[in-house]
Design a protein around this ligand. Sequence first.
Ligand SMILES: Cc1cc2nc3c(=O)[nH]c(=O)nc-3n(C[C@H](O)[C@H](O)[C@H](O)COP(=O)(O)OP(=O)(O)OC[C@H]3O[C@@H](n4cnc5c(N)ncnc54)[C@H](O)[C@@H]3O)c2cc1C
Ligand code: SF4
Length: 480
Amino acid sequence: MGFVTIDKQKQKERKGSERVNDWNEYKLPFPEQELKDQAARCMDCGTPYCQMGVEINRSTSGCPLYNLIPEWNDLVYRGLWQEAYQRLIKTNNFPEFTSKACPAPCEGSCTAGLVSDPVSIKSIEKAIIDKAFDEGWVKPEPPLRRTGKHVAVIGSGPAGLAAADQLNKIGHSVTVYERDDRIGGLLMYGIPNMKIEKYAVERRVKLLQAEGIQFKTNVNVGKDVTMEELHQTFDAVVLATGAGKHRELSIEGRQLKGIHPAMSYLTASTKHLLDPSFTLDDDLNAKGKNVIVIGGGDTGADCVATALRQGCTSVVQFGKHGELPKERATSNPWPENPRIFSLDYAYEEAKEVLGRDPREYYVATNAFIGNEDGHVVSLTTDTFKQGEKSEMRTWDADLVLIAIGFEGVEDAVFEDMGVEKLGGTIKADNKTYQTSTDGVFACGDARRGASLIVWAIQEGRKAACAVDLYLDKKLAASGH
Ligand SMILES: Cc1cc2nc3c(=O)[nH]c(=O)nc-3n(C[C@H](O)[C@H](O)[C@H](O)COP(=O)(O)OP(=O)(O)OC[C@H]3O[C@@H](n4cnc5c(N)ncnc54)[C@H](O)[C@@H]3O)c2cc1C
Ligand code: SF4
């Protein structure tokens, strides 16, 4: 019943105006005693909605990994950190990623949140995994025996890595193919360094390698290796190729220089950060520029934070919806994920550095305007204020980033892998994860559409289970 007497503490962060001068993570560790107090706020309510992991009204409620939250809260409160770590990894392959970047739908459905602030679940998860790494409890644990079965995983984002980890633990021999030069999918190129420092991805990849998983980078499956070749070598194939086909904004002037999809911008920024010999194209550098981000979501927020670190002159982010309410609306009751106003890290930084929240609401972009060199210089918008006449505005823009979401899986995946489509994603059963091709499975964003790390890990785990069952049946059918 600690929540009655102890207030929720927010994870401390470095000051916005200070952290925009580097690319390091912006969250600070919780002092151990404070953290134990926070864990004591959990009432062990008996029906832990925090770990239910379901979708209500198209939003996630509770942890999709069914993390055993009240159990590790109690263990942390009692100072039994190693036991807490053991509980945590029963359900979550990569707590070091979720505890840094998960939007924590667990907290939105925490029972304490009905009458008080929810338990600081994500901060507790972070403290457990950070301590486990610091204390050397996270060690490679290769399987004791090999099954003789071989599985190829295409794509090395959280879904592919979770599937590979689970299959390898069972004893199957796993090879992960990645077309990029580094492993990690959007954990590496997509989510910026200040949210997930890339050492954390590389550290996990080294552990998985030491456990026997093989990684092949710079291999574009479908082009460099065909699916036919994979079928000859492997007993099963898991497609975890993500949903990287971005939405386009086909309006007047789109062909002008200086207008880029958000992902090209974010990827170039991280590549340059990790390898300064990788030249950052001047057109993808926000330094000294007026930046406009089109799209009000999290990818747009990451663009804002990146532009601030590159030294932009100004940054504005357009969203087509209105500002969220400060409190839950009656149409958004607990345990639904709360749709309420918050000042994300990027907006806090923009407020401190440039003096204003960069978000503009109810904005629709009409056209881009260029100069004689064919470079964007401004754009025009219609601004719809509810109940008011629309207002036409012109904005200075030297760099425009389009962050209006993802349509689904890239066309090449359907052309090269011979699997059927369902909407924009790979058609695969939500229990067997089996695609339209025998022995080929799909998981993560490639199957469910652009989503979250926590869902990608869940899908990778479940797809691995399905592959294992499939291999068992194959083994039984062959009389072994
Ligand atoms: C900018 C941005 C920020 C985000 N921030 C967050 C966040 O803070 N929190 C959160 O929970 N989620 C966040 N997300 C969403 C999250 O990153 C994704 O839901 C998650 O990474 C999906 O995992 P995945 O493994 O399915 O696919 P991905 O991570 O997309 O990985 C797919 C991989 O497959 C590879 N691939 C594709 N085709 C081939 C091929 N033919 N051959 C070989 N390799 C191939 C790709 O190169 C890629 O590496 C963010 C997404 C973006 C775009
Ligand atoms: S993975 Fe996300 S939803 Fe699950 S406990 Fe951690 S922060 Fe909460």
